[in-house]
Design a protein around this ligand. Sequence first.
Ligand SMILES: C[S@@+](CC[C@H](N)C(=O)[O-])C[C@H]1O[C@@H](n2cnc3c(N)ncnc32)[C@H](O)[C@@H]1O
Length: 274
Amino acid sequence: MPYTIEGLEKSRKTGFRPRNIFGALLKEFLDLSDNLQILDAGCGTGFFTRIIAEQCKADVTGMDINEELLKGARRIAEQERLNIKFVKGDITDIPYENEVFDVVICDIMLECFEDITIPIREMKRVCKEGGIVTAIEPFYQMGFEYFSGMTTDMRDLIIKFSRADRAFGLGPMLPEYFKKVGLKDIDMVSWFWGRIGYKFLEFETIEERLYDMQDNLERIKRFLPRSKSFNSSEKKRIIHFYEGRLKYFRENPDEMANDMSIRGLPVFIVRGFK
Ligand SMILES: C[S@@+](CC[C@H](N)C(=O)[O-])C[C@H]1O[C@@H](n2cnc3c(N)ncnc32)[C@H](O)[C@@H]1O
């Protein structure tokens, strides 16, 4: 799957906020403190790496296999004046000796692997005795979406649409895999990756909001005809629904400020000790 710097940053920024609260949760749950060696494996643009580096004066390294994403990661961290090292490396063959890091984290990337015990074992290998291995993974199949005033029937269809053609989501299965590779005292907390008043509250101007809705509609129109999950009448109803919302807000732009549409899914943060 091709990842873009802009796409990764946007989805993380909107899904993990307030950023300071998410950071505080990571700090407490992973016992982050100064003087630790921390590795974020499969860091992409380094969104989570930066959150970790904000929480403590630890020695933080982000690693990814994709050089383009790493370039973006270096640029953004520099802009935010965060001191993070970004290195190229494969999580199935991490370029470090055994037992180098106090905390080894990976976020929303295990779904790239058929057998996730391979990357988890590697994370464990580079983790010190008594250190923490942790993974953040969503549970896409519990994704939900709600718009004001929608009928139950329409809601069922839109929920099916928001879950369609996506990976199942590894979140709830992580403890089992952590146990399988011999991690101990496994524990888990969850986060709500979502948006309330979504599509509307995060834009400065009404034009920007409408543009985003239009963009989303065009994406749906491109994606739906190819989807095997819906029959042609369902496809028409979904497109009609989003077209109707766009038309409504074009004609009633002031209503956007009060919109209470909700979209989200649970994300699990699982930790285990070596
Ligand atoms: C969905 S992105 C997640 C990026 C980042 N962790 C985040 O949540 O923003 C998956 C990332 O895994 C990286 N990746 C895939 N296979 C990898 C591997 N074998 N070793 C290291 N990184 C890998 C991709 O380059 C990509 O940056």
